[in-house]
Ligand binder design. Structure first.
Ligand SMILES: CCCC(=O)SCCNC(=O)CCNC(=O)[C@H](O)C(C)(C)COP(=O)(O)OP(=O)(O)OC[C@H]1O[C@@H](n2cnc3c(N)ncnc32)[C@H](O)[C@@H]1OP(=O)(O)O
Length: 292
């Protein structure tokens, strides 16, 4: 009976996680062809095998880390790479220089300024950021300086947000005559609830690090000068377990977000059973751990 359950759950979860990829493969390829030639900046990925923490850095400081077409394609490749990182536990998303991200690169935007190309860009960014949102890692955005428009949307694609004290986010899309194009509206509703999400989108209000902490958008504030080290330390506290345990915890959360209640419980059982009596469990039992 159990083996039937195990066989059944994997396709359900995988179907949900691959939804964007499988439904729009040709659209994604078309988007990549369109966006790749629109140059400017780049995105780097560093994977620290010792700690299991990866860092993605937006590197377009001279344009306040605006995302060019080329960077959008690089972002998609980086997420693909991270999906295959079996020993990974955590991820930090950050910007270089004094701004987290000023949104879409206005030079790229000018080249794709029509509804068809808008849909292509939006499909690629939805695919990338929703796959980032579903990585089996504990993910955090370090919001240092401004996150504007699409930059604010990026901050919603991780599990947590740590703001430097100069961090600030604003969903300015309305002022630009558009709405969230990178899936940030939906994720913001999941994060803050419909009322607050609608307020932030319609008001285009700047949310400071202090306000972000008060409304539950930020999980911690760190001083500017030690922002990266402090974010690393903050993340380290959450990823002390084996990577199998971390990955399973995150997959429970992903399942609960995407599946029906019954499917999610089946997913949780399926994730639990191989850990029960597994190496981490046996080590803990041998240590006779007391939880005082
Ligand atoms: C689906 C995506 C939808 C969206 O993202 S909508 C939002 C699009 N983003 C924007 O409209 C941001 C516009 N920029 C600004 O508000 C300001 O530049 C910003 C970010 C507050 C920074 O202000 P300052 O610190 O005074 O710096 P600055 O204005 O002199 O900018 C320095 C250089 O960066 C450039 N820059 C800033 N944001 C950019 C962007 N998004 N795309 C392309 N270039 C951008 C800016 O033009 C300037 O370049 P340059 O030095 O004059 O060559």
């Amino acid at each position: 009976m159990i083996s039937i359950g195990l066989k059944k759950i994997r396709p359900i979860l995988q179907f949900n996680l691959r939804l964007y990829q499988s439904l729009s493969k040709s659209t994604l390829n078309e988007a990549i062809e369109k966006l790749k030639p629109l140059k400017g900046g780049h995105i780097s990925l560093v994977k620290d095998e010792a700690s299991g923490i990866a860092t993605i850095t937006l590197e377009h400081a001279e344009k306040k880390n605006a995302l060019s077409g080329q960077m959008m394609v690089e972002f998609a490749d980086i997420v693909e790479d991270l999906k295959l990182w079996e020993s990974g536990k955590g991820l930090i998303l950050r910007g270089s220089g004094d701004t987290f991200c000023s949104g879409g690169d206005l030079n790229t935007v000018k080249n794709i300024n029509n509804p068809c190309d808008g849909l292509l860009m939006s499909t690629l960014m939805h695919s990338t950021l929703n796959q980032l949102y579903c990585l089996p890692l504990v993910t955090v955005t370090l919001v240092h300086g401004k996150a504007i428009g699409g930059g604010s949307e990026l901050t919603t694609a991780t599990d947590f947000r740590v703001f430097s004290n100069t961090g600030e986010t604003s969903f300015v899309q309305g002022k630009m005559g558009v709405v969230t194009g990178w899936g940030g509206g939906t994720r913001l509703v999941h994060l803050l609830g419909p009322r607050l999400a609608l307020y932030l989108m319609t008001s285009c209000k700047k949310v400071s690090s202090e306000e972000a902490l008060n409304i539950g958008l930020s999980d911690s504030t760190v001083p500017v000068d030690s922002r990266y080290e402090d974010t690393l330390n903050w993340l380290h506290q959450l990823i002390k377990h084996d990577s199998e345990v971390i990955n399973a915890m995150k997959n429970i959360v992903i399942g609960a977000r995407n599946l029906t209640l019954e499917e999610s419980f089946l997913n949780e059982r399926t994730l639990f059973s191989p850990l029960w009596g597994g190496p981490a469990n046996m080590r803990a039992l041998k240590k006779n751990v007391k939880h005082k």
